[in-house]
Design a protein around this ligand. Structure first.
Ligand code: S5P
Length: 482
């Protein structure tokens, strides 16, 4: 295929609105400055034909006995190729029929036939792999996939690791190069997209039961996985960093430093920094918060390797939380790596918070359950939190919880209401021990406030909590592998 045909095709696609620039949320939750919507080509048959030809030419060999387009956009493209090349098709349903499971795949096929996959765009490769899994299950051989655009977010490598070789017609960088060359985009837009690719190169496919078993790996249940192994499958750089800190410092202790003076907060952070993975603050309790205090907190977080976690429990409409997060006296977005948020407002809470982030590395923890007596968090609410998180894995790193609200290993569960002695505080707080939080309530991180801050010897109290919680975590993981 000459470069010219490809360039003409890209320009045509741009003209009909397949390539869009702005601010988009991809299916995985990733925020993107560019969106490639190939569905549009069904309204332009001649463009669709060129795309189909380019895809067909990208295949590495010619001895396929079948072809399967990934629903939805891969389907019409595969249909065109099938008719033109006289290569039979199969179709994999997106949803199983309500009865029986056999008919996930339509069309005639024989076990052992070699099937070529056709897809429009790959991001992590997850959707494409779902199709591959079904085809392998019914006995087909699947080794190659041709795709029109590789967004360069790790899909090529992810699928390669699962035994599927990907042959893209175009990468996102090539697409941008062509548009720039023909002056369809500004240098700025071009650079923004390249920077976006560079900082999102390694998204992962969540290893579902079937793909895991194909590799001989067990089902990934959060509770059974080590923090280290979870680093590979989280989408969020801060979740990875937190898991890394927890592993290297051997601590899953978060200090809840609910104090009223900056001096006391900084002193806690400095003394207890070596023993914690997170410092949870309520800086709205401080009488004397200044930008300098924020800077000192950041310095201590660097010095002792912990993350800053402002427990603001944002819960308003997007536009208000965007202002609360970025402005006011505390300018939280400027210094806190993580914040808490309620899921009550729905996706707007994430949109609002992320709109204030800019190019900083930031994330949030959704409050899924509360430790206080009579808390109103229902099962429905927990489900809602889970789906909000699953749709925004590039911002949500986990949940504040009191039970195993999620088994998804990408998310961290943080459990407050932890104390070695005492059942409550007379104001509704309810306590469990750090061991019970980890082993019975499935916490990854225990949040401890007064159990440490009111102790006579702060450091030795923190060490005790750290050791109880971390050894309980080690027991949990060891039990699952024995
Ligand atoms: O359900 C919750 C959620 C949170 S974030 N229950 C809680 O207690 N928290 C916070 O954890 C609370 O705001 C406080 O900062 C900390 C618990 O403090 P402690 O002194 O009771 O350990």
């Amino acid at each position: 295929m000459s470069e010219n045909v490809l360039e003409q095709c890209v320009l045509e696609l741009f003209k009909i609105g397949v390539v869009k620039f702005g601010s988009f949320t991809l299916k995985s939750g990733m925020q993107s400055p560019v969106y490639f919507d190939l569905r549009m080509i069904i309204s332009y048959p001649s463009v669709m034909e060129t795309v189909a030809d380019l895809i067909w030419k990208a295949r590495p060999r010619s001895d396929y006995q079948l072809m399967c387009g990934v629903a939805y956009t891969g389907l019409p493209i595969a249909t065109l190729i099938s008719a033109k090349q006289n290569l039979p098709m199969v179709l994999r349903r997106k949803e199983a029929k309500g009865y029986g499971t056999k008919k996930m795949v339509e069309g005639n096929y024989k076990e052992g036939q070699n099937c070529l996959i056709v897809e429009d765009v790959i991001v992590s490769g997850g959707s494409l792999y779902e199709t591959v899994e079904t085809l392998i299950e019914i006995g087909l051989e699947v080794h190659d996939a041709v795709v029109f655009l590789d967004r360069e977010h790790g899909g090529y490598n992810n699928l390669g690791a699962l035994g599927v070789n990907v042959f893209p017609v175009l990468t996102m960088a090539e697409l941008m190069r062509i548009l720039l060359k023909h002056k369809q985009v500004s240098q700025d837009t071009h650079n923004t997209v390249l920077a976006h690719i560079a900082s999102n190169r390694n998204t992962s496919i969540i290893k579902k039961e079937k793909s895991a078993s194909r590799q001989g790996v067990g089902v990934m249940d959060r509770k059974n996985c080590s923090f280290e192994s979870r680093m590979e499958i989280t989408n969020h750089p801060l979740a990875r960093r937190l898991l890394q800190i927890m592993t290297s410092k051997r601590t899953n202790l978060c200090l809840a430093a609910d104090v009223t003076s900056a001096h006391q907060l900084l002193s806690f952070a400095n003394q207890l920094g070596p023993h914690i993975c997170l410092l949870k603050t309520h800086v709205d309790l401080l009488d004397d918060f200044t930008a300098d205090v924020a800077q000192q907190l950041s310095d201590l977080s660097e010095k002792h390797n912990f993350l800053l976690f402002e427990d603001r429990k944002y819960g308003d409409i997007g536009s208000t939380v965007a202002q609360q997060y970025s402005g006011g006296a505390h300018r939280v977005v400027e210094w806190a790596h993580l914040v808490t948020a309620h899921a009550l407002p729905g996706p707007g809470i994430i949109k609002g918070l992320t709109s204030a982030v800019g190019d900083r590395e930031r994330g949030c923890v959704l409050v899924s359950q509360m430790s206080s007596e009579g808390a109103l968090t229902s099962q429905e609410y927990i489900k809602g939190c889970n789906s909000l998180a699953a749709n925004h894995t590039h911002f949500v790193i986990g949940f504040v919880s009191q039970s195993s609200v999620s088994d998804d290993p990408r998310f961290l569960l943080l459990t407050p209401g932890v104390k070695l002695a005492g059942a409550g505080d007379g104001l509704g707080q309810q306590y469990v021990s750090p061991r019970a939080a980890v082993l019975e309530r499935s916490a990854d991180v225990v949040i401890v406030g007064r159990g440490i801050t009111e102790a006579e010897d702060l450091v030795s109290a923190a060490i005790t909590y750290k050791e109880h919680a971390f050894s309980a975590y080690e027991e949990r993981v060891a039990a699952s592998s024995s």
